[in-house]
Write a protein that binds this ligand. Structure first.
Ligand code: SF4
Length: 264
């Protein structure tokens, strides 16, 4: 992280150092070993799911760094930068995938830029093949209202699937306390849809623990979080929630949809 209290010149100097370190990371990443077969990765996931059933965040991430190294990607929605911050302690300059759907809040894009400028991460923007205008032309305007399943598939699920194929493991910020659909989230599992190992190092964290970590470590948090948005997705499909309401109640409110399909 950029240290608080730095002058503008000191910030620029630190960003120049980051740019050099990121370039060195990218050059070394190009030399990495070939991706293992799906069968090998499946066996690794099956053994690890049992081994880490009662583990903790640091133990799991230490294993991830040793087992997968630069073949690891982190998915980050830019609701906050806690997950990449925790991961980067074990894997500096880890690839951090941001699903650039074209429908994000300005605050989310600002958070993405602030994270890239200040943290030892490699942000990878994952873009859908169609721009919003091209999608409107092909499928009609406001597809998210008429068929949000298809819209999420086109703008999130398929682009993420395609971008994950060069990795052996991906890390998500899914937590058990986010709602009934996530209550049994394991630390490690096999992701059959994307054909790689899935790691959920924050599975046992609560929302309050996440916020406490962000405060203690001065980690960037999307300003919408303190404005009534504990869960942040695309702007047309996310509303504020009332105090005490299910944190994910603001996602696709009024529709028979609770997940974008990335984790189901
Ligand atoms: Fe489309 Fe809404 Fe899904 Fe974003 S969250 S991809 S706008 S349906």
């Amino acid at each position: 992280m950029t240290e608080p209290g730095l002058t503008l010149d000191e910030r620029r100097a630190q960003q120049a150092v980051h740019a050099r370190e990121r370039a060195a990371h990218l050059a070394s990443r190009d030399q990495r070993a070939p991706r293992r077969s799906v069968e090998e990765l499946h066996a690794v996931a099956t053994a690890a799911e049992k081994r880490f059933a009662r583990s903790d965040t640091d133990e799991v991430l230490a294993w991830v760094a040793e087992e997968f190294g630069d073949r690891t990607a982190v998915a980050c929605s830019m609701a906050d930068a806690v997950l990449p911050h925790v991961v980067a302690a074990h894997l500096p300059w880890v690839d951090t995938l941001f699903l650039d759907t074209g429908y994000h809040f300005a605050e989310t894009l600002g958070t993405r830029d602030a994270v890239e400028a200040s943290m030892r991460l490699t942000i990878v923007d994952v873009k859908p093949p169609l721009s919003v205008i091209e999608q409107d032309t092909e499928h009609g305007a406001k597809l998210y209202q008429r068929d949000p399943g298809l819209c999420c598939d086109l703008r999130k699920v398929q682009p993420l699937h395609d971008s994950l194929q060069g990795y052996e493991a991906w890390i998500t910020g899914v937590r058990r306390d986010e709602g009934p659909t996530r209550a049994s989230t394991p630390f490690v599992s096999w992701d059959d849809k994307n054909r790689l190992v899935k790691i959920n190092p924050l599975a046992a964290w609560t929302f309050d623990e996440l916020l406490a970590y962000a405060e203690e470590h001065d980690v960037i948090v999307n300003p919408l979080v303190s404005d009534g948005y504990p869960s942040i997705g695309c702007s047309p499909c996310t509303r504020r929630v009332a105090p005490g309401e299910d944190p994910r109640a603001g996602r696709w409110a009024g529709l028979d949809k609770t997940e974008c399909g990335l984790h189901s």
